[in-house]
Design a protein around this ligand. Structure first.
Ligand code: P6P
Length: 335
């Protein structure tokens, strides 16, 4: 890989050479990346910036908002509302959609994001991240409404995340594979550090919150029990377990070295299909995983085929190394 290909150059080449993305989408992705740099700065300041701790409010999910949740949300809104590439935005931190104010030109894209996923890890200095998904506005001559966002994940035109860890790394797909860009703080720019990311089809590493074991459905219990049985069991090999409780960090590990991530439906709240949100967590992560040769289902169907009915709906998530996801999904089919 030639040295120092910036995100800008990568996107220009995706636009000019490969014709994968129109200029408006390139501009949108550059603005999102710039916003992530700003969020990274705020996250890195931590206690020095007075940004840790709770904001004393709750989001639409009924979750306590951290100060950085709100800061990250504001950074993304302010960075994206004036550029003319968006019609509206939707965020985990906002109950309603945010339509671009009339004082700004309106574009043809819809941007959805979880501005700071894993925020329970903020105060303990564990990796967190921003997840984003881009859809096209179905029509371009009327007021945007919430139902315009309710498109299956397969309709995404771009998706990615920025993980704020030992490095700040932007991971992106526009449908032409997955590329990773590491923030060069001296240059202040994202530099291409990996492209054509591929996930091994097999793995010996699973990620799930084991404290919920007694609440899982049988297929998940069977899969995890077989992993725990190791080489003496039906799998004939030992498994390792990881759970960072930050989806961005767990998915980044899987994109980097393989693995399976599961946040399945469980009996704690039987009326909820899962904990994670479909539109701005599961869909963008599932597209990245599939673009890297992995698979992503809700146990019964491909996540990207799910037709959403609500903006903040939740979903059961099983994603990662293809053969492992197919195994867990097959166990569900036998129920
Ligand atoms: P638990 C973070 O709050 C999050 O939405 C995901 O990033 C993460 O995978 C999951 O929830 C962790 O949930 O129940 O293990 O704390």
């Amino acid at each position: 890989m030639s040295k120092n290909i910036s995100l800008t150059r990568y996107l220009v080449e995706q636009q000019r050479v490969d014709g994968h993305i129109p200029s408006q989408l390139r501009l949108l992705l550059e603005v999102v990346a710039r916003a992530c740099k700003g969020i990274s700065q705020a996250v890195n300041k931590g206690a020095l910036g007075g940004v840790l701790g709770s904001a004393g409010s709750e989001n639409v999910q009924g979750e306590v908002q951290k100060k950085l949740d709100i800061i990250a949300n504001e950074v993304l809104i302010e960075a994206n509302e004036w550029g003319g590439h968006l019609a509206a935005m939707a965020s985990e931190e906002m109950d309603q959609i945010y339509t671009v104010p009339n004082r700004y030109p309106r574009g043809e894209y819809l941007l959805l994001f979880d501005p700071l996923d894993g925020s329970s890890n903020i105060d303990v200095n564990v990796s967190i991240g921003t997840i984003f998904s881009v859809l096209k506005m179905p029509e371009d001559d009327r007021t945007v409404e919430e139902h315009d966002f309710l498109q299956a994940g397969a309709k995404q035109v771009a998706a990615g995340y920025c993980v704020y860890g030992p490095q700040t790394t932007l991971v992106l797909t526009v449908g032409d594979g997955v590329a990773m860009f590491t923030l060069d703080r001296e240059q202040g720019s994202f530099v291409l550090t990996q492209e054509n990311v591929r996930i091994p089809e097999d793995t010996q590493e699973f990620a799930i919150n084991m404290s919920n074991m007694r609440h899982w459905d049988e297929p998940v219990k069977r899969y995890v029990d077989e992993c725990l049985a190791g080489k003496d069991g039906v799998r004939g090999k030992n498994f390792n377990m990881r759970w960072i409780a930050s989806m961005v960090a767990d998915v980044h590990r899987i994109l980097t070295r393989g693995g399976i991530f599961m946040y399945p439906w469980d009996k704690r709240e039987p009326n909820k299909p899962g904990k994670l949100r479909l539109m701005y967590e599961a869909n963008p992560m599932s597209w990245l995983i599939e673009q890297a040769g992995g698979a992503a289902t809700n146990g019964k169907q491909r996540i990207l085929d799910i037709q959403p009915t609500q903006l903040h709906e939740r979903v059961s998530v099983i994603l990662g190394s293809k053969n492992e996801v197919e195994r867990v999904t097959a166990y569900h089919a036998k129920v």
